[in-house]
Design a protein around this ligand. Structure first.
Ligand code: ATP
Ligand code: MG
Length: 403
């Protein structure tokens, strides 16, 4: 079985292109291994990646068809969730010979029903004696004749043809295929450094983490919990969400930080209206400290401007003021409905809507401040021994590894 994999954006990289391509190859290889494939090969061939799965992997003749389908499904699931891939195709390898190419194209098309068709050639091996255009015309003409002999009268249509046969002329060989399956685009995970995503258990934060991964960032997670006042089920939910994102990366860590005592400190020492902002500031400070110690380059948060009281620009300013590390908010311009749609697509939604107790819902004031003043917030924080709070939280946190 042969799969031709195309990428987009990494093809635009200048001097670094090699490195990006190698990373993508490595990720595909590791994901295949993780999914139980043994006899396969992944390598680069001018401007694309070739994945070859040895036929023995497909089992003995008797159940060949069934195994073939299973393998196709597994490969599709892997590649559709590998960032960096623009599209991929199950292809057939044939000799670089125009007569053979004609016959192979005809084999692909002869039993299909269509009114219009087109042949689309990409010639990466410029030594091949015909141009792409000439190949299209020659093979198109051949298919035409064959169809006429069957008394069919199809026509070539370059726009919106019913059927398309792709030919790729590479180094010493050629590939033909009929279908391009969409990949997720983005950049290969691991090419963008590492970041810490703040994962709450709600709908938004896993989607924010997804957008980190999409741009090639290696994402680990941090969650603040109020055990024993909230249930262990809430922590399990967060773990389940992080695991859902494992289809985009190979492994991740979750930093589980106890937050109950910190909340009590805040409740006792800060104005009621500012509680939620103070929770957020402390969360960010702790996350920043961990990031500095463990070399994370940024934080990700699921905030969307104006979604709730704590996400007005004033309040984002007041929380962001606590730290100097970059906080990326990929959902800042999303409507809730758009976030939900994405959560459904990446399959985190059903877990996110399970009931859970977020630590932030403890001791929430009836009328939280929607437009906090920075001066007041900074003043309120003076009532807390933040250094000690951060240190204690980090000492007591647990690290869960998932893969
Ligand atoms: P979400 O659906 O992600 O919970 P939300 O709309 O409920 O978001 P908030 O509760 O205001 O919004 O949280 C904003 C962001 O702060 C979250 O998206 C998340 O990144 C972070 N956050 C909130 N609570 C926690 C928590 N307990 N642990 C880690 N991060 C949190
Ligand atoms: Mg929330």
């Amino acid at each position: 079985m042969i799969i031709i994999i195309h990428y987009n954006e990494i093809g635009l990289k200048g001097g670094n292109r090699d490195w990006f391509e190698k990373k993508l190859v490595q990720i595909i290889r590791e994901k295949m291994r993780k999914d139980g494939f043994v006899d396969f090969e992944v390598r680069r061939i001018i401007g694309r990646i070739l994945l070859k799965i040895v036929d023995q992997e497909l089992g003995i003749k008797k159940d060949f068809e069934e195994l073939l389908k299973k393998t196709v499904d597994k490969v599709e699931a892997i590649l559709k969730n590998t960032f960096g891939i623009a599209n991929f195709s199950f292809a057939k390898e044939v000799s670089q010979d125009i007569e053979i190419l004609k016959k192979e194209c005809w084999k692909l098309l002869k039993n299909k029903k269509f009114k219009t068709f087109r042949i689309t050639t990409q010639r990466s091996n410029k030594k091949f004696p015909m141009t792409s255009e000439e190949i299209n015309r020659e093979i198109g003409g051949y298919i035409f004749e064959k169809l006429e002999k069957k008394n069919l009268k199809p026509s070539v249509s370059l726009k919106n043809s019913d059927i398309e046969c792709f030919i790729e002329i590479v180094n010493k060989t050629a590939f033909i295929f009929m279908k391009k399956i969409k990949g997720p685009n983005g950049m290969p995970v691991g090419t963008g450094g590492k970041a810490l995503a703040m994962l709450s258990g709600g709908i938004d934060s896993p989607v924010a983490g997804y957008y980190g991964l999409k741009r090639g960032v290696d994402v680990d997670f941090i969650h603040f919990h109020s055990l024993p006042y909230t249930s262990t089920a809430s922590n399990e939910k967060v773990e389940a969400l992080a695991k859902k994102l494992l289809k985009f990366q190979l492994k991740a860590k979750i930093f589980m930080v106890p937050f109950a005592k910190i909340q009590q400190d805040i409740v006792m020492n800060c104005p009621e209206k500012l509680r939620v902002i103070m929770y957020r500031r402390l969360m960010l400070k702790i996350a920043e400290k961990i990031a500095q110690e463990k070399k994370y380059l940024a934080l990700y948060s699921g905030e969307s401007v104006a979604q709730v009281a704590s996400q007005t620009l004033e309040n984002i300013l007041s929380t962001n003021d606590a730290i100097s590390i970059t906080v990326l908010r990929p959902l800042c311009g999303f409507d809730k409905a758009e976030i939900i749609e994405k959560a459904q697509e990446i399959d985190t939604y059903d877990i996110s809507i399970l009931p859970h107790e977020d630590c932030c819902t403890r001791f929430v004031p009836k009328h939280p401040e929607t437009r906090a003043k920075l001066k007041d917030v900074r003043e309120a924080e003076k009532n807390l021994d933040t250094e000690k709070i951060i240190q204690e939280a980090i000492e007591k946190m647990e690290i869960i590894k998932i893969s």
